[in-house]
Design a protein around this ligand. Structure first.
Ligand code: ZN
Ligand code: ZN
Length: 211
């Protein structure tokens, strides 16, 4: 998953929350002191009692835990654009000092793990990739072909990140993991391979097909 996608998943997360206001993506608001435009990942606006409450939401797709410095930066950003509240949505949690700093400054820390972000972003997500653990496998490469009057069909897909493939051959019922660019044979002798261009199948009856 790319950080831009994580940002989009955070926006979707807020849009799905009931009774939440308008969600704006990637907006810029002038700094109240310098007038320079500041970039906001997600801005949530809530109309209440004739006022507009603005919440700055910062998406942090970091491999490490959020630290105090990051919390301070987002507090400063929210302050600079006169937002009522600040939120950090993090994929991998935060340190204890960061939690203390956030609590003191009334900043909300929210966890949105990679897998949950993928659930929001990728509707046809099947499972997390067992190879890279950085993204998910999407089963969108189903196919069928008629050979000698018999229908051969399969359910297949690959990881969005590392292209690690998965194939479920309906003829023999075999489930196969397909390491990228490696040929794997199922029980019925078909040869499967996940390549850059897609899924490659060589049938045991010597007919090639590229999916
Ligand atoms: Zn992968
Ligand atoms: Zn098979």
């Amino acid at each position: 998953m790319k950080w831009q996608e994580y940002q989009e998943a955070v926006a979707l997360f807020y849009e799905q929350l009931d009774s939440f206001g308008k969600v704006h993506r990637n907006v810029t608001i002038p700094d109240k002191v310098t007038g320079q435009r500041r970039q906001i990942d997600v801005l949530v606006e809530i109309e209440a009692y004739g006022h507009t409450i603005q919440i700055v939401v910062d998406a942090k797709f970091h491999a490490e835990k959020i630290d105090v410095k990051t919390v301070e930066e987002v507090i400063a950003l929210a302050n600079a654009v006169n937002a009522s509240q600040a939120v950090i949505v993090a994929a991998n949690g935060w340190t204890e000092p960061a939690a203390k700093k956030a609590e003191f400054a009334n900043l909300t820390l929210r966890l949105l793990p990679l897998e949950d972000a993928l659930d929001l972003l990728v509707p046809d997500k099947w499972a997390m990739c067992p190879n890279c653990h950085q993204d998910c496998i999407v089963l969108d490469m189903d196919g069928a072909v008629v050979i000698d009057g018999l229908i051969n069909w399969w359910i297949a897909g690959k990881c969005r990140e590392c292209k690690f493939g998965f194939i479920w051959c309906q003829e023999c019922g075999d489930n196969l993991a397909l390491p990228f660019n490696e040929e794997v044979t199922c029980y019925c002798g078909h040869l499967w391979c996940s390549k850059e261009e897609g899924l490659f199948v060589k049938f045991s009856r010597n007919e090639d097909l590229e999916e």
